[in-house]
Design a protein around this ligand. Structure first.
Ligand code: PRP
Ligand code: URA
Length: 205
């Protein structure tokens, strides 16, 4: 399974601000959008393209157009903070929604919503900023493949080794692009050093 960890000065700067316990929700939201733009740029590096001609103000030249239909799928709630950035860069994408919530005591995720557009032969970009145990992502990725997605790319802000290993074992073709691969999970299945509960920080819960 290809795992890409961003190696980028601006991404590292933004991530540090997201980790900072003092960063308030009103700053969290634009920082999340900015970091997601970098994640999308990296994730789309090798998407298929087809050659097209274009007329500049001076002459005809050759260019390319993306040659795959993209479906962006935020995992509610926290993944919603990444959606606008994806749609700004990929305005032709359609959007599906997956609702998952971790039980606070057991950290086991349960699905409460799933609404997907046509997925057959599409490239799915799953938006879930935190990959901790991998329970939420595993359920969501499975839905996308079951619905016929040709490929799935997961964008994360922070991933834990435990979650990456779980997805690697279950989905050998899945591509993960993350801004950081952190050390471990604590006893409550929070990522260390992490940034806390992403949804709570984004929405001021
Ligand atoms: C968080 C996060 C991921 C999930 C990751 O969501 O946004 O979806 O935890 O944990 P996992 O890898 O152990 O499944 P949460 O359940 O807290 O819901 P929220 O987005 O509504 O805050
Ligand atoms: N979900 C979060 O938002 N943060 C973590 O550290 C783990 C799961």
């Amino acid at each position: 399974m290809p795992l890409t960890v961003l190696d980028h000065a601006l991404a590292a700067h933004i991530l540090t601000r997201l980790r900072d316990h003092a960063t308030p929700p009103e700053a969290y939201r634009p920082l999340t959008r900015a970091l997601t733009q970098i994640l999308v740029t990296e994730a789309t590096r090798n998407l298929p393209v087809r050659p097209i001609s274009v007329r500049t103000p001076l002459e005809e030249t050759e260019g390319v157009a993306l040659d795959t239909q993209i479906v962006a799928v935020p995992v509610l709630r926290a993944g919603l903070g990444m959606l606008d950035a994806v749609l700004e860069l990929l305005p032709g994408a359609t959007v599906g929604y997956v609702g998952m919530a971790r039980d606070e005591a057991t950290a086991i995720a349960t699905a409460y919503y799933c609404k997907l557009p046509p997925m057959e032969a599409r490239t799915a970009i799953l938006l879930d900023p935190m990959l901790a145990t991998g329970g939420s992502a595993a359920w969501a990725v499975n839905q996308l493949y079951e619905a016929g997605a040709a490929s799935v790319i997961q964008l994360c802000v922070v991933a834990a080794p435990e979650g990456v290993a779980r997805l690697e074992e279950s989905f050998p073709r899945l591509q993960i692009v993350t801004a950081a691969l952190d050390r471990e999970l604590n006893d409550h299945k929070y990522i260390l050093p992490g940034l806390g509960d992403f949804g709570d920080r984004l929405y001021g819960t």
